[in-house]
Design a binder for this molecule. Structure first.
Ligand code: R5P
Length: 329
């Protein structure tokens, strides 16, 4: 695991905040990430005593008083998405009933983000429904990381901070000694994400044109841009089945790319995604710890960079009522 602070954390203590003491609570979705954030902040995690009733329903008992405190609940809603969402709702409800001063839901991976619009009649907009539930359950504000679609921020009527991992990726990529770099967006929707990295690395952008033929099948038709003889870094938000990456790597090699690296924020890696990535013609797949990766899936081609320092820094800034966007200037 590679990870360090992007800038120095200056935690001036709870007296700097109008919201009471900073408290951290971790759900069961990514306890390792919650612990890394806790280590960065040197604030312990308050035990939420998550347990199950015999019929599988979730119960929570927050162990310490939360009255008047500034509470951050760390819970990416990664698979099993519905379980982790329900757990988040129940923790938020418990905190509201415990008279917490302010509650921020820290959701580094947002489940259902890919259903942010209707593509056919009579479909839901599940990402909006999830936003409604999170605020209804008791979140006063949100801390989010690399949403599939930026518009999802607007689904919330409470303050949100939307973090980007582009600096984490760029700083790591700069250590690799890549030559004639081209940053690749897998599709037009990923243009802005790729642009952030390309600007930092002063590299040109190429675009993929993607046609999905099924839930885990993709036809990568073409890549437009300067890739021949160049080191190509694909900037992606999510790897789910690995279908997009495999097809894109094929196209890039066919068009003469010298190296193909992938930088993807959320390694959801369902089913045989890891086998697919191992077989794909890629030099390295760089991901973050926004979503936990089981030990058997770790190792080449994966490199894991931690987002804990970035999240910790944002939490301090929210707590002390300081700008979060400054982090990205
Ligand atoms: C979709 O548009 C996303 O940006 C990713 O490209 C997609 O989620 C990747 O999924 P998969 O790994 O299943 O191809």
């Amino acid at each position: 695991m590679i990870g360090r602070l992007t800038t120095a954390v200056e935690f001036t203590g709870e007296e700097a905040s109008p919201w009471g003491a900073l408290k951290l609570i971790g759900g069961s979705a990514n306890p390792a990430l919650a612990q890394r954030i806790s280590d960065q902040l040197q604030v312990p995690i308050t035990d939420a005593r998550l347990r199950r009733f015999p019929d599988g329903e979730i119960n929570v008992k927050i162990e310490d008083s939360m009255r008047g405190h500034d509470v951050f609940v760390i819970q990416p809603t990664c698979p099993p998405v519905n379980e982790h969402l329900m757990e988040l709702f129940i923790i938020l409800d418990a905190l509201r009933r415990a008279s917490a001063g302010r509650v921020t839901a820290v959701v580094p991976y947002y489940g259902y983000a890919r259903k942010e619009r209707k593509t056919q009649p009579r479909e839901p907009i599940s990402a909006k429904l999830v936003a409604n539930f999170i605020t209804l359950a008791g979140a006063d504000r949100l801390l989010l990381l690399d949403l599939h679609a930026e518009a999802i921020e607007g689904f919330f009527d409470v303050p949100t901070d939307h973090l980007s991992p582009h600096r984490i990726f760029s700083e790591y990529l700069l250590t690799l000694g890549l030559r004639n770099l081209t940053v690749v967006a897998p599709d037009a929707g990923g243009g802005r994400r790729a642009e952030l990295v390309a600007n930092q690395l002063k590299a040109p952008i190429a675009f993929g044109y993607k046609r999905r033929t099924g839930d885990d099948e993709v036809d990568m038709i073409a890549v437009s841009g300067d890739v021949k003889g160049r080191d190509c870094v694909v900037i992606e938000d999510i790897i789910t089945t690995g279908g997009t990456i495999s097809k894109l790597a094929e196209s890039l090699r066919r068009q003469g790319a010298r190296k193909v690296l992938i930088a993807a924020t959320h390694p959801v890696l369902t089913g045989n995604a890891i086998e697919r990535l191992k077989k794909a013609d890629v030099d390295e797949v760089i991901v973050t710890d926004s979503v936990p990766i089981p030990p058997e899936k770790l190792g080449p081609p994966l490199t894991v960079l931690s987002v804990a320092p970035l999240l910790a820094e944002a939490i301090i800034r929210v707590h002390e009522n300081r700008s979060v966007s400054e982090l990205f200037r």
